[in-house]
Every structure is written in C-alpha cells, then in structure tokens.
Design a protein around this ligand. Structure first.
Ligand SMILES: Cc1cc2nc3c(=O)[nH]c(=O)nc-3n(C[C@H](O)[C@H](O)[C@H](O)COP(=O)(O)OP(=O)(O)OC[C@H]3O[C@@H](n4cnc5c(N)ncnc54)[C@H](O)[C@@H]3O)c2cc1C
Ligand SMILES: NC(=O)c1ccc[n+]([C@@H]2O[C@H](COP(=O)([O-])OP(=O)(O)OC[C@H]3O[C@@H](n4cnc5c(N)ncnc54)[C@H](OP(=O)(O)O)[C@@H]3O)[C@@H](O)[C@H]2O)c1
Length: 464
C-alpha cells in the first residue's frame, strides 16, 4: 500500500490509498502501512507509541537510533566531542540542569510523571520517565540501536492511478553494514539541539583563551575563578551564567536583547554582543566597550541539520534556522507522508510531539483530508510572509510561543483527537511569568494539577 497523488485538471488532489476504507476492510484487504521513525528521543518514542497503538492500520514501526539508548537530549553524556564511531555526541545536556518547565506541563498528556517528584526535575528523572514510557508501551523491541540513518529518499512512480510515493531509508549499523528498507511513511524525530550554531566573529583567531559552545558544557567547576564571556542570553546562556556565577567565575553575559528585566546575582554583569576580537586578543562589544576574557562560551543556539535528507528532492529549503515550506510545521507539501516532528521552538515540547504525531497518523489513516499541494504550499508561504510583515527575524520564523496553543488546537480539531487540556497553557504561562521575575528560584515552586482547567501551587518541599 502506498500513497497515490492524483491530478485532476488543474487541481492536484492527494488521495491516500487508505481513504474511505474501514479498519476491518483494510485488515482483510490491504497490508499494514510500514513506518520508519528516525530517532528514539521523546519525539520518536511518542511516534512509535501511537503507531503501535493502531495495529489495524500500521505494522510495528522500525525506529532507528544512532546511540545505544533511548532519551536523546535527556541522556546525559559526560563525554564531549565524538562517539567511538566518529559521530558527534548528540546530547547537549549538562550535569546540573533542571527542567525549565514543571512536570505537570512537560509530560505527554496521557502519561504523567511520578506524583512524588517535584515539579522541576533533574535531567535524570526525565530520562527515567522516557525509559518508563518506552517500557510501558513495549517500544524497545522495535528500536534498532547504534544504527544511524544515512539517507531518506522518496521514490515516486507514475501509475494510471496517479503518482505513488514510498521512501527508501538507508541506515548503517554498528558493524558498518549498510541496509536499505522501503517504507510508506517516515517520521523524522532526530531533534535539533545538537549541531551548534557558531556565529562568525571577525578576528576570532586572535582570541587567546578557550572558545567553547554550550553543546560541550557539562559543569561549572573547571571555570571557577575564571573570566568568562557568555555570548547569547537564551535559556542556555542565562542558566549557565547563573551556574558559573555560583562557582565564582567572573561572568559577562553578552547579548543583543534589551537589558534583562530582573537583577542578576553578584558576579554577573550584562554587556552588548561580542562583535569582534581585536589583534591583541581582547573582545570588542557592539557598543565599543572592550574586555579581556579567559573563556568565550558560545550559548548561541543550534542549527537545523538533516544530513540524511536532500532538500531539493523534497521541495524544501533547509537553512541554519529555518526549514521551509512545511505544511502545519510538519510536512513538505509535495510529500505529505514525511513528517518532521518537533521542529518548532519556544514550545511545550512533549505535548506538541503528542499532537503532531496524532495529526500525522490521522493523515496517514485518511481521516484528515489534506488540501492540494499548491494550497498547502500557499498556506505555509503565507504563514512565513505574515511573520515577515510582523517584523519577525529570519532566525525566529519557527518560534511559536503564544501561537503554540491555537496550533495544537487546530491539529486536534483536524485530526479529531482530544485537545490539550487548558491547564497546560495556563500553568505554562504562569511559569513564564515566574521565570521573568525570579530567574534564580522559580524552579523551587511545586504545582499540582487540580483539574483540566485548574492548577494550584503546593507548599511541600521538593522530594529531591
Ligand atoms: C540543554 C537543553 C535543555 C532542555 N530543557 C528542556 C526542558 O526543561 N523541558 C522541555 O520540555 N524541553 C527541554 N529541552 C528541549 C528538548 O530538546 C526536548 O524536551 C526533547 O528532548 C526533544 O526531543 P526530540 O526527540 O525531538 O529530540 P532529541 O531528544 O534530540 O532526540 C533525537 C534522537 O534522534 C537520534 N538521531 C539523530 N539523528 C539520527 C540519525 N541520523 N539516525 C538515527 N538516530 C538519529 C538521536 O541520537 C536522539 O536519540 C531542552 C533541550 C536542551 C538542549
Ligand atoms: N531546562 C533549562 O533550564 C534549559 C537550559 C538550557 C537550554 N534549554 C533549552 O534548550 C534549547 C536551546 O536553548 P539555547 O539557549 O541553547 O538556544 P536558543 O534558545 O536558540 O538561544 C540562543 C540565543 O543566542 C542568541 N545569539 C545567537 N547568535 C548570537 C550572536 N552572534 N550575538 C548575540 N546573541 C546571539 C540568540 O539570539 P537570536 O535568537 O536573537 O538570534 C538566542 O537568544 C531550548 O529549548 C531551551 O529551552 C533549557
């Protein structure tokens, strides 16, 4: 069974082979859809869990995972650099990281965290949660560990019924042997916080100290007593600056945002962005100020990187901070059986993976009728154009933030599955407010979900 794209006069209609066929008829008449999942982090596990829950339509998925474990980002690696096989270390996790979302908001909507745990968790508890999710949903037997996906290639065939599209997934296992397998659909769940974005800073070769990226930051002790310029004030820049400050490093948080709206602890000062390194090795900030530093710590974020895709084949453009056009931030309009789960930023990741997965499966099952390719392209392009008109910078095009709730609602409506409970948004927004006022100690607060619409703050001390 494959996907059939049928052209009718000027309208390109996508007719999915399964459409209008009941589950019972399908079992009797057709083979199940074969789906590949690239990555066994939170997104890949979510995709696998829901595929496995629909045996009438889907064969068990093949989940390819380049490491020896599940968890992706949440699997803490003390090592930096490369694995034994030469591939770069995937996780950007650091030793003392706690979640910046409470577990009540962060969880998959159908799989709560342990109720005994505090709201803001050390990374190892998120890793345990994902391992439990994997065990409870019997996903492990379907994961090919230590197997890297090297190529995902569409194969299209013109037939009397229209254009049939399948996918060839080429992978390489630990022994070095290559394997190519054909699927009806592919879920790309490879994450996008692994490949460091390194801004171009003129004169950087003159810098006499160490330059590192937050991807390779693990703990603050080595920086104790040192002068560190942290470039970028996203979640990593701010959180790592606070850690370094507690380790008695002399920290300059250099960024292009307006002055942060809260006081920073003693030992951390703010500065304009670093724009140049002078011939004597000193750092020049945008406002002309100059400083010397032993460490330049780049907390400048990450690039989108899908080395196994050929963008032109898919009608996509893949830039450092933008992948476009994607219908519903999910699929290339020309190939609506390829789903990139979790590409958006400034979101509640696990709940969004859940909604995107259920919507994507509804597309494959045929219960969502997709517009024509041209209409999907137009919608995706208009979305980007309206952001440009609103003054959104090119590198922020895939940031959803407040729009994530209406987006999740639309996916649920179209995909005909229960929407996220309103309490998720309400608590997410409360935590956002607390973070702005108390960036150092908002993670000490504990919450409890009272109902689908209500949460309350708890007084009990954190259990860990
Ligand atoms: C430092 C840091 C802190 C964060 N803190 C929070 C937080 O507090 N709360 C929150 O909700 N989110 C947080 N996030 C966001 C986090 O990325 C998501 O929670 C989530 O882990 C993303 O899951 P994912 O499955 O999309 O990607 P990942 O977790 O990155 O998993 C991708 C998986 O794909 C595998 N893979 C990649 N390429 C290939 C390939 N070619 N072949 C086979 N396998 C491949 C990788 O090995 C990995 O296992 C944080 C992110 C970072 C970097
Ligand atoms: N649980 C936690 O406490 C925690 C801690 C760390 C990270 N995280 C998560 O990890 C993910 C990645 O976060 P991140 O902070 O690493 O990446 P990020 O959110 O992309 O932030 C990178 C920051 O660097 C800035 N930047 C890039 N180049 C710059 C330059 N040349 N000069 C000045 N500033 C520059 C960016 O500004 P522009 O956007 O304006 O370009 C942006 O503010 C997020 O999901 C985050 O929530 C969570």
């Amino acid at each position: 069974m494959s996907f059939v794209f049928q052209y009718q006069s000027s309208l390109r209609e996508i007719i999915i082979g399964l459409l209008a066929v009941s589950a019972a008829q399908r079992t009797a008449k057709m083979r199940q859809l074969q789906v590949a999942v690239v990555g066994a982090g939170a997104a890949g596990l979510c995709a696998a869990r829901h595929i496995l829950a629909r045996p009438d339509t889907f064969a068990p998925p093949v989940v390819y995972e380049l490491t020896e474990h599940v968890g992706g980002t949440w699997f803490y690696e003390e090592r930096t650099g490369n694995y034994e096989n030469g591939l770069p270390i995937h996780s950007s996790m650091y030793k003392n990281l706690r979640t910046n979302l409470p577990k009540e908001v962060m969880m998959f909507p159908d799989f709560p965290f342990d109720s005994e745990l505090p709201s803001f968790l050390p990374h190892k508890e998120v890793q345990r949660y994902l391992e439990r999710y994997c065990q409870c949903h019997l996903i492990t037997p379907h994961i090919r560990f230590s197997t890297v996906v090297e190529e995902v290639r569409p194969v299209t065939e013109e037939t009397e019924r229209g254009v049939i599209s399948t996918w060839e997934v080429t992978s390489r296992d630990k022994s070095g042997s290559q394997n190519t397998k054909t699927f009806d659909s592919v879920f790309i769940c490879s994450g996008h916080y692994s490949d460091p974005y390194i801004p171009s800073i003129p004169g950087i070769e003159h810098f006499k100290g160490r330059v590192i990226h937050s991807h390779s930051y693990r703990h603050s002790e080595p920086f104790s007593g040192q002068s560190v310029v942290v470039l970028g004030a996203g979640a990593s820049g701010l959180d790592i600056s606070l850690e370094l400050g507690r380790s008695s490093a002399k920290v300059t948080l250099s960024h292009a945002k307006p002055t942060l709206p809260f006081p920073l602890p003693y030992g951390i000062q703010q500065a304009a962005p670093v724009v140049e390194v002078l011939a004597d090795g000193s750092l020049r900030f945008q406002d002309g100020a100059i400083t010397q530093a032993q460490i330049l710590l780049l907390c400048t974020g990450y690039k989108f990187s899908y080395p196994f895709l050929t963008p032109a084949q898919l009608g996509l453009e893949i830039h450092d901070h933008l992948v476009t056009p994607l219908y519903k931030f999910l699929m290339p309009p020309a190939f609506p059986s390829l789903f990139i789960i979790g590409i958006c930023k400034i979101i509640c990741p696990f709940p969004q993976f859940h909604c995107q997965t259920l919507f994507s499966l509804a597309v494959l099952e045929g219960s969502v009728t997709l517009p024509s390719q041209a209409e999907m392209e137009e919608e995706a392009v208009k979305e980007m154009e309206s952001k440009v008109e609103r003054g959104v910078k090119p590198q922020h095009m895939l940031k959803l933030d407040k729009d994530q709730w209406s987006y999740a609602q639309t996916l649920a409506q179209n995909g005909k599955f229960p929407p996220l409970p309103p309490v998720t948004q309400s608590l997410y927004e409360e935590v956002g407010r607390q973070r702005q006022v108390h960036p150092e100690n908002y993670k000490q607060i504990n919450y409890r979900l009272v109902s689908d619409t209500q949460w309350e703050q708890q007084d009990r001390p954190a259990a860990i």
